[in-house]
Write a protein that binds this ligand. Structure first.
Ligand code: R1P
Ligand code: URA
Length: 299
C-alpha cells in the first residue's frame, strides 16, 4: 500500500520500493530517528543500541542503522552535510514510515557564547533561525563600484523546536554528561560552514566581517552555528499528512569567540555519551500509532 502511496506522491524508487536517495524501503526506518552528519558518528552510535537489526549504505551517501534499545525500535541515520540532504531524508523517510516521526539531530557546531567550552552540548530548545547568503545582494556588490549591501545575508525569524522532545533529551543529556555540560539556546543554521558563519576568507568576496555581530544583535540567545537544524524544524512544521516532531542537540566543536577547536578524542567520547542519552530519551518516548507491521525489520 505504501509503495502505491509513494508512487502517488511521485517519489522515485526502485522495484523493491527503495527510495532513490536514502535507499530505504518501508519497514526499515523506525518512528524514532536520530540523524547525524558524519557516517562514523552514526556507526559508533549504532553500537550503543542493544541490537542492530538492519544496516544500509545508500549510493547517495546515507548510512542507516535500525535496531532496538530496551525492545524499542530506533533508527540512526547519517545524512552528510547541509540543507538539501536533510530535505531528501525527511521527505523520503516520511513516505515509508506510518504514524508520527520523532527526529532528533545530533550534530557538531560552532559556539557563539564565549562562556561555553568546546566539548559541551547545546540543545536548540529556543528554536532555530536560518542564515543564508543573499546571492542577488552579493552580485549587486560585485557589479557596483561601492559596497551597496553591507551584510548581504538573509536572516529568518526563529522557529520553535518540539518542547516534548527538548524536555526528554535535556533530562537524559544532563544525567549522562552532567548538568553543567548541557546548554540551551537558539540555533543558527547556515548554508555554508564559511561565509554565512562569518568565517573570513580573503580568497572570496563574502562581505561577512560584520555578520556575527549582526546575528548576535538580532538573536541575543543565539549559541550554535551549524548547517541542518532549521530545516528539520521547518519540515516538521510544514508536514500535513502525518505529524513530525523535531529538535537538535550539538557538540560545541569550534569556540568562535576564542578560536579553539575540540580534539578528536574528546569529540568521540561526547558522541558516545551524548549518543547514549539521545537513544535512551527516544526509547522512553510514548508514541501513539507507532508502525509495527509484518514488513518491519523489528517485528
Ligand atoms: C560541518 O563541519 C558539518 O558539521 C556539523 C554541520 O552542521 C555540518 O554538517 O554537523 P555534523 O557534525 O552533524 O555534520
Ligand atoms: N559545524 C559547523 O557548521 N560550524 C562549526 O563551526 C563547527 C561545526
Amino acid at each position: 500500500q505504501a509503495v502505491g502511496d509513494c508512487k502517488d506522491v511521485h517519489l522515485p524508487m526502485d522495484d523493491e520500493g527503495r527510495l532513490y536517495h536514502i535507499g530505504l524501503k518501508r519497514g526499515e526506518l523506525a518512528n524514532r530517528i536520530i540523524t547525524v552528519g558524519d557516517p562514523l558518528r552514526a556507526r559508533s552510535m549504532s553500537e550503543l543500541l542493544d541490537k542492530i537489526l538492519f544496516e544500509h549504505h545508500s549510493n547517495r551517501g546515507y548510512s542507516t542503522y535500525t535496531g532496538l534499545r530496551n525492545n524499542v525500535p530506533i533508527s540512526i541515520i547519517a545524512t552528510g552535510m547541509g540543507l538539501p540532504l536533510v530535505d531528501f531524508m525527511v521527505r523520503e523517510g516520511r513516505v515509508i514510515v506510518d504514524g508520527p516521526m520523532h527526529i532528533v539531530r545530533f550534530g557538531t557546531c560552532g559556539c557563539l557564547d564565549g562562556e561555553i567550552p568546546v566539548g559541551h552540548v547545546i540543545v536548540a530548545s529556543k528554536g532555530s533561525a536560518l542564515a543564508t547568503r543573499d546571492y542577488d545582494a552579493v552580485e549587486e556588490n560585485l557589479q557596483s563600484k561601492e559596497v551597496k549591501n553591507k551584510i548581504p545575508y538573509i536572516l529568518t525569524k526563529v522557529i520553535p523546536s518540539d518542547p516534548e522532545l527538548n524536555k526528554a533529551i535535556l533530562s537524559e543529556l544532563k544525567e549522562k554528561l552532567g548538568e553543567e555540560k548541557v546548554h540551551e539556546g537558539v540555533n543558527i543554521t547556515a548554508d555554508s560552514f564559511y561565509s554565512s558563519q562569518g568565517r573570513l576568507n580573503p580568497d572570496f568576496n563574502d562581505y561577512n566581517s560584520d555578520l556575527i555581530e549582526e546575528i548576535l544583535r538580532k538573536y541575543p540567545d543565539a549559541v550554535s552555528f551549524e548547517m541542518e537544524t532549521y530545516l528539520y524544524l521547518h519540515l516538521a512544521r510544514s508536514s500535513v499528512s502525518k505529524p513530525i516532531f523535531a529538535t537538535a542537540a550539538c557538540i560545541a566543536l569550534a569556540q568562535r569567540k576564542q578560536d579553539v577547536f575540540l580534539d578528536t578524542e574528546t569529540k568521540h567520547k561526547v558522541e558516545k555519551l551524548g549518543g547514549q542519552a539521545l537513544i535512551d530519551a527516544l526509547s522512553k518516548l510514548v508514541i501513539k500509532d507507532e508502525m509495527n507491521t509484518d514488513e518491519c525489520v523489528w517485528k
